[in-house]
Design a protein around this ligand. Structure first.
Ligand SMILES: CC(=O)SCCNC(=O)CCNC(=O)[C@H](O)C(C)(C)COP(=O)(O)OP(=O)(O)OC[C@H]1O[C@@H](n2cnc3c(N)ncnc32)[C@H](O)[C@@H]1OP(=O)(O)O
Length: 137
């Protein structure tokens, strides 16, 4: 572990999977340099699908965004880490909780929770209809 990693606060989730890391580009920002909420929602939808994809072992679709909270703005230069945890496995659906943390200001490293959300994904067949989840290993 290097010195930069050592300065990370211990508030990063330890009970969730790190499913994605991404850095916004200038085209994702508004005139104030803050990142558009829609861009963040797209990243959360992608990150949220990682664990349901593994569970469904095939095609899935997002059926619901149950909750979405923008706790803090995301700025240019932030490195985002997206964590996910499976909250519920149903007959055809998987609900996940996603938390997004921003690493900013490398000179005096700061980690901020910027977003949290709950999304539900449904396993679908070739015709786009819900299909039962396969047995889990
Ligand atoms: C790849 C992508 O992500 S595309 C992005 C946008 N998403 C889409 O375009 C999907 C459009 N929606 C659809 O095609 C359909 O609604 C489907 C296939 C997702 C679901 O079809 P429906 O006939 O509505 O499904 P149905 O009523 O049988 O419910 C299926 C599951 O979804 C759950 N579900 C349905 N609606 C909701 C809801 N509003 N909130 C939470 N869960 C829901 C059900 O509880 C059920 O789960 P379970 O089987 O684990 O108990």
């Amino acid at each position: 572990m290097n010195s930069a990693t050592n300065t990370l606060p211990v508030t990063l989730p330890t009970d969730m999977d790190l499913v994605m890391r991404v850095m916004p580009m200038p085209s994702d920002a508004n005139g104030n340099g803050d990142i558009f909420g829609g861009w963040i929602m797209a990243q959360v939808d992608l990150a949220g699908s990682v664990l349901p994809n593994r569970i469904a072992k095939g095609r899935i679709a997002t059926v619901a965004v149950n909750q979405f909270i923008f706790k803090q703005p995301v700025s240019m230069g932030d490195l985002l880490s997206l964590y996910a945890r499976v909250e519920r496995i149903g007959r055809t659906s998987v609900t996940v909780h996603v938390e997004v943390y921003a690493e900013r200001n490398p000179a005096k490293l700061e980690v901020v929770k910027v977003t949290e959300a709950s999304l539900t994904y449904v396993a679908i067949d070739d015709e786009g209809k819900p299909r039962p989840l396969p047995p889990q290993d």
